[in-house]
Design a protein around this ligand. Structure first.
Ligand code: NDP
Length: 321
């Protein structure tokens, strides 16, 4: 028997993504009395990957968990609904509304804000998918504590990888830092910190060929692309930190995308589809920062509000905000 799908009432705005962009958008939307639903896979979005945040105005240093919880409280206080789920399909109806399908339900909205952020890039080596969650992780801050006193590896040569190695060196017994180039591409101060940590072993010009284990990871096979030497490293955990990518196939038919699959928006946060807006890291733009994502979300929501006002034949006076 098929799953019974039913439509809840019509939302003014459905936000896809519960990161800083999505949560900010909900605050602005509910203050304009828009009936708002956030559908997000992970509350906090990419903020959960940071342990502490030092560049959020008003907080000299704040734990990402604390900031996420404060944002959530504010969002719920203003009356937005928040569900943890994944949007699988979007349709636009003939009268210009949107239908969003999750695994369990179907929702209807007059406008949609896409604020899905970025997802970790996959290494695409044998064993990566098989051992995901069984030794393979994409978040040192979330999963690091499970590896106290153990041996782990971090893959990547950018700031994220070096940051992860630094965090893990305080928890794990030994951290292998593997990078395919012969030099790191990270802040000099971070490179210095890594060099001075006795339990971090940097393996440059090194590629990973496969991840192996029985129930959990117990070794990786690596290859030096200069000496052509291959060897096994015994370990319990492997942290993949090789950048983030936009996964935007869900909205492919509604938006234009650049070569990195990021969504093209104008300065109002509008996409090529009237009523469908986008904001945050999932959009084009060189700089990916919490504060930038929040600013873009604010603009996009005010544009969505303007769109609804004009559609309802009402006047919209932007300078009133
Ligand atoms: P980056 O794109 O900067 O680095 C990705 C790293 O992964 C590169 O070393 C790259 O190697 C490597 N890589 C990519 N694909 C593969 C692959 N298939 N196999 C092996 N290695 C691979 O991403 P980050 O996540 O490190 O950083 C993203 C942005 O966030 C950057 O702008 C960064 O500066 C910023 N950031 C800032 C922090 C801070 O301010 N403290 C902390 C973390 C990130 P190659 O060079 O060979 O392509």
């Amino acid at each position: 028997m098929g799953v019974v799908v039913f439509i809840k009432f019509m939302y003014d705005l459905i936000i896809i993504g519960a990161g800083p962009a999505g949560l900010t958008a909900a605050i602005y939307a509910t203050r304009r009395e828009m009936k708002t639903l956030i559908i997000g896979r992970e509350l906090g979005g990419q903020m959960i990957w940071a342990s502490e945040i030092e560049n959020y105005p008003g907080f000299e240093k704040v734990s990402s968990l604390e900031l996420i919880n404060k944002m959530k409280e504010q969002v719920l206080k203003f009356g937005a609904e928040l569900i943890s789920d994944e949007v699988k399909k979007i349709e636009k109806t003939e009268d210009g509304h949107f239908l969003l399908y999750t695994n369990r339900e179907k929702f209807a909205a007059k406008t949609v804000l896409v604020a899905m952020g970025l997802s970790p890039r996959r290494l695409a080596v044998p064993g990566e998918t098989e051992f995901n969650g069984k030794g393979v992780s994409y978040c040192a801050n979330c999963d690091g504590p499970f590896y106290r006193g153990k041996t782990v590896a971090v893959i990547g040569g950018g700031n994220s990888a070096l940051d992860a190695a630094e965090v893990l060196s305080k928890i794990a017994k030994e951290v292998y830092l593997l990078h395919r180039q012969d030099h790191f591409r990270a802040f000099e101060s971070l490179v210095d910190t890594i060099k001075n940590r006795p339990n971090i072993v940097s393996l440059l010009s090194t590629e990973i060929k496969g991840i192996f284990g029985t129930e959990k990871v117990n070794k990786i096979k690596v290859f030096n692309n200069k000496t052509k030497e291959e060897k096994d490293i015994s370990l319990e955990g492997i942290f993949i930190e090789i950048g983030r990518i936009a996964s935007t196939d869900l909205v492919e038919e509604f938006v234009e995308r650049n070569e990195k699959d990021q969504i093209v928006v104008n300065t109002q946060g509008e996409t090529k589809t009237p009523g469908l807006f986008a904001a945050g890291d999932v959009t084009v733009g060189e700089f990916k920062q919490i504060t930038i994502a929040m600013g873009q979300a604010t603009t996009a929501v005010l544009s969505a509000y303007q769109y609804l006002q004009l559609k309802a034949g009402k006047t919209f006076v932007p300078e009133n905000y």
